[in-house]
Design a binder for this molecule. Structure first.
Ligand code: ADP
Length: 594
């Protein structure tokens, strides 16, 4: 009350003061003066204090205003809705993003019941129950977490939202703050992603199906092509056995070489498609590694000699002879590598060697190396060699021929057998292909069993003869009938021909035969059914009668089917005099020649 006013303080000497100090009227005046000065300075001190306090209050309130302006700017500019609910469940704050997302303006919702406004009916009971607890304790299962829910927009539509809730206590009452994000776009993006992923896996499945279909198509095509190839190769061989002029012989030899090259290509495609379709089964047989190497020598020694090359095979002394694995596939890889070595070498030597690589438990690690002193392979071409249809040099290919499949197949086969393959080469000096194979050791040498169903050519020389013995041929294709009849007759057999399995069974009940050659796919009754039938009628048909399947179907499963149906052996088309002689040799005694 004293601030902002001027006071005059007067002091008057009373009678008591005069009685005490009778002579001092001037003293009275002095005292009054001092009193006035003290009061004035007290007032001025108080005044300054007040001013300071007022300044402080102004500063603080302007700071407060700034901060709340900052906070408002933040909540106004927030991308997410920020909503506050008071202790009664009424909306107490509603930022512009809430207006945008939920459609209501702030003035429409402040003071309204929040749950009734934006919570879909199906969540309301849960919310209300949770809210009661929240009002009393400030706690709730929904607090401090993020939830994916739906909220109701002003237009009545539900929108997907993500909500995080927290609690604030003011003046002893609990308020809730919700931050709410519109997830419509994210939901769309998620849905689009889900659909894209579903489409991608659908397409991958389709691609896988298409790939399988391609492999099956290739397998079928190669099978279909092998059938007429049987006619071409068979008839050419027979033509070459007849009296020909040198010009005719030259033509027939070109046909033979080309058809053999074609057959190799078809076999290659068949192998690759089988590997790719996962249908190439490996065999597990006891075999003699030296038989595999002898086979190589039989195939390549003469060919190398004709080119003036040396062909040397070596089995290191510590390599066990009796092994267990797939000798047919091992032979195929070696034939391919050795064939290339001879093909791409003009002078010098080709060596095929096997040694121990590494002795692992239960398996013998073998390392095969096929080396030559040929044209070599440029370093930058080596990486692609094992790809399908890749050839190191197109010009050399034109010169040497080839399909570019051999190494791709070799790699697939070696990997399928659990090994690895590689190359070292210097251009102009030669090449070494190596591969490793883990093979089990065969339990006993006496069990050695060169693969009975992969006939190797019999020794070069005079062909054996089965003069006067009788063969029944069941084959529906007329050209193939002629081919097989020609070959069998060449081996001395007398041949009767039937066109299907049923006629074969019929013929066997009325005539006595020494051997049956049976095609697999025939009309009326196929070779497998016919064999089952004749094996079940043992009373009438000699149970020891050899039945040999003769088919263009080179799939591994077919071989097993033949054995299960009761056939003794299996040869694949195109058949040759040698493959027939070889199989006959296994199953029928030769008639001694006179
Ligand atoms: P192809 O049927 O063409 O021989 P391969 O896959 O067996 O198919 O070989 C692919 C290519 O690798 C050959 O065309 C050749 O260019 C090269 N090649 C393979 N082996 C040798 C080798 N021993 N010496 C030189 N080049 C080779």
């Amino acid at each position: 009350m004293a601030f902002g006013k001027t006071f005059l303080v007067t002091a008057k000497a009373g009678p008591e003061f005069v009685a005490l100090h009778p002579a001092s009227a001037w003293l009275t005046a002095l005292f009054g003066l001092l009193l006035s000065a003290a009061a004035a300075s007290l007032v001025s001190v108080l005044h300054r204090r007040r001013e300071k306090l007022e300044q402080l209050v102004m500063k603080r309130s302007s700071e407060l205003q700034e901060r709340s302006a900052d906070l408002k700017a933040i909540t106004d500019s927030a991308f997410d809705a920020i909503v506050m609910m008071d202790a009664l469940g009424h909306v107490s704050y509603w930022n512009p993003a809430a207006e945008r997302i939920l459609g209501y303006t702030s003035s429409e919702v402040i003071g309204q019941d929040l749950h009734g406004l934006i919570v879909p009916a199906r969540y309301r009971d849960g919310f209300n129950a949770g809210f009661l607890r929240f009002q009393q304790t400030g706690q709730g299962a929904a607090l401090g977490k993020t939830h994916d829910l739906e909220a109701i927009h002003k237009d009545g539509q539900e929108i997907p939202v993500q909500i995080s809730l927290s609690a604030i206590e003011t003046n002893g009452a609990w308020h809730a703050v919700g931050i709410l994000r519109d997830t419509t776009e994210r939901k769309f993006a998620d849905e689009a992603l889900r659909q894209a992923t579903a489409r991608a896996s659908e397409q991958a499945a389709k691609a896988e199906l298409a790939n399988q279909a391609k492999s099956e198509f290739l397998a079928n095509m190669s099978h279909e092509i092998r059938t007429p190839m049987n006619g071409v190769i068979g008839m050419t061989e027979q033509l070459l056995d007849s009296a020909l002029t040198s010009q005719q012989r030259h033509c027939a030899e070109v046909i033979r070489d080309s058809s053999e090259a074609l057959l190799n290509l078809i076999n290659g495609i068949l192998d690759l498609s089988k590997v790719e379709a996962g249908k190439l089964d490996l065999e597990v047989l006891d075999f003699d590694i030296s038989a595999v190497f002898n086979h190589l020598t039989r195939i390549f020694a003469q060919q190398a000699r004709n080119k003036g090359l040396e062909f040397i095979t070596t089995i290191d002394p510590d390599v066990p002879r009796a092994l267990r694995g797939d000798p047919g596939r091992l032979r195929q890889v070696l034939v391919n590598l050795a064939g290339n070595a001879v093909k791409f070498t003009a002078t010098g030597v080709v060596t095929v060697r096997v040694g121990l690589a590494d002795a692992a438990l239960g398996a013998i690690g073998l390392r095969f190396v096929v080396s030559d002193t040929g044209i070599g392979i440029a370093a930058d071409k080596q990486a692609l060699l094992f790809e399908k249809f890749s050839q190191a040099d197109v010009s050399t290919t034109r010169h040497y021929g080839g399909s570019g499949l051999g190494l791709a197949i070799s790699k697939q086969l070696v990997q399928l057998m659990g090994g690895d393959i590689g190359v070292e080469s210097t251009e102009g000096h030669g090449t070494s292909f190596w591969f490793t194979l883990p093979l089990a050791q065969s339990l006993s040498l006496t069990q050695l069993n060169p693969n009975p169903l992969q006939p190797t050519a019999p020794a070069i020389g005079k062909l054996p003869t089965w003069q006067g013995l009788r063969a029944l041929l069941a084959e529906d294709n007329i050209i193939n009938q002629k081919v097989a009849v020609g070959f069998l007759q060449k081996l001395g057999l007398r041949v009767d021909v039937v066109g299907n399995g049923s006629d074969a069974c019929q013929a066997l009940t009325s005539e006595v035969y020494d051997v049956v050659f049976m095609d697999l796919q025939m009309p009326v009754m196929d070779g497998l059914d016919a064999t089952r039938l004749l094996r079940s009628s043992q009373a009438t048909i000699n149970p020891g009668l050899p039945v040999i399947a003769m088919t263009a179907n080179a799939m591994v499963g077919a071989r097993q089917q033949c054995l299960e149906a009761g056939m003794n052996d299996y040869i694949t088309k195109p058949v040759t005099t040698r493959s027939l002689a070889h199989v006959l040799e296994k199953w029928m005694p030769r008639v001694p020649s006179h």
